[in-house]
Design a protein around this ligand. Structure first.
Ligand SMILES: Cc1cc2nc3c(=O)[nH]c(=O)nc-3n(C[C@H](O)[C@H](O)[C@H](O)COP(=O)(O)OP(=O)(O)OC[C@H]3O[C@@H](n4cnc5c(N)ncnc54)[C@H](O)[C@@H]3O)c2cc1C
Length: 302
């Protein structure tokens, strides 16, 4: 269970409080504020605070005094223009602060996104919970034979059972020793900052993560993508739903130009022009490598 009853009632109490404010409010985001959305077996993601909405992006782009909105269509058009032309700073005017609970091996991928502010739960100060990520059977995949960084079909039968047993048993044994090392009656107990080092990378950690919208979209572009590892992708996908409600125009533009769009090299663009003229273009006469051609074909076929 991602939240204990005490944690849930603390969140509910915070959610029940409302205050009048002069600040910009995104109705879509208000609906998400504080709610912990479950991810994986013990994780979650929840919005703790946010700043700005779609209008904050256009307001900054126009450097306007007030709301700066001429019309809703104008705002959407401007946001699409900004996204299309990589005019990114207006998107940095919106910010979000998240509370994320995630396995340590996912946190290692997440933390590579340097353009955010992070504060992680201290395992020097506090005792970690006995919570480990154990993949659901359908996500217990074999090593891909075509991609060293990917997965193949799910393991089955006796092999799947054995792997799951190892994952559970190893985690429990490591945690038993962790508990034993930090405190046994009548013993001094090893420092928490040392005892934690025998815990496996599937143990859960938590952090507050604050990021602006531009860098959040960059994170989502990379981590909600099919090439990202499943365990981080599910967090990114949950965040995509939240962002879609927070800044609907910006999210739509992001879907069109970044997630659903493709960047073509000058050579690839030249091939498209030749194809439109009716020429038969193949990998051999395209000037592209096999890998480039594969990706080019995939982008065209969709
Ligand atoms: C599918 C996938 C596979 C990956 N595999 C590996 C791997 O095998 N090994 C590995 O180590 N990493 C790997 N990564 C991580 C990847 O290389 C990036 O570190 C990560 O995606 C963060 O991207 P970023 O640097 O653009 O983001 P951020 O750190 O958020 O930075 C955003 C942008 O800010 C700028 N920026 C930030 N900091 C600096 C700086 N110090 N100097 C200059 N510009 C800066 C850059 O323009 C950058 O694009 C992988 C990522 C993905 C999505």
């Amino acid at each position: 269970m991602p939240l204990s009853p005490e944690q849930q009632s603390e969140i509910d109490a915070q959610r029940a409080e409302t205050r009048p404010t002069r600040r910009v409010v995104s109705e879509g985001m208000e609906g998400h504020l504080y709610t912990a959305y479950p991810v994986l077996d013990h994780g979650f993601v929840r919005v703790v605070d946010y700043m700005g909405d779609d209008a904050a992006i256009t307001q900054a782009a126009r450097v306007s005094y007030g709301k700066g909105t001429k019309s809703v269509q104008n705002d959407e058009g401007l946001i699409r223009y900004l996204m299309r032309h990589w005019h990114s700073t207006p998107f940095e005017m919106c910010e979000v602060k998240l509370h994320v609970k995630l396995p340590v091996f996912v946190a290692r991928q997440w933390i590579r996104h340097r353009t955010a502010n992070v504060n992680e739960y201290s395992a020097r100060y506090s005792i970690l919970d006995r919570e480990f990520y154990i993949p659901a059977p359908e996500h217990l995949a074999a090593q891909s034979v075509v991609n060293n960084q990917g997965r193949g079909e799910a393991l089955e039968g006796e092999e799947a059972e054995r792997v799951l047993r190892y994952l559970r048993d190893d985690a429990m044994r490591a945690y038993d020793h962790y508990e034993e090392m930090i405190g046994q009656d009548g013993q001094q107990g090893l420092a928490r900052e040392l005892a934690r080092m025998n815990l496996p990378a599937n143990i859960y950690t938590q952090w507050y993560w604050k990021v602006d919208l531009h860098n959040l979209l960059h994170f989502l572009r990379l981590r909600a993508d099919a090439h990202a590892q499943y365990e981080i992708r599910v967090y990114a996908e949950e965040l995509c739903k939240i962002v879609a409600d927070w800044v609907p125009f910006a999210y739509k533009a992001f879907e069109d130009y970044r997630m659903g769009g493709a960047t073509l090299s000058s050579g690839a663009l030249d091939c498209v022009r030749r194809m439109i003229k009716g020429e038969e273009v193949t990998q051999e006469n395209s000037g592209m490598s096999k890998g480039e051609w594969r990706e080019f074909e995939a982008a065209l076929k969709g």
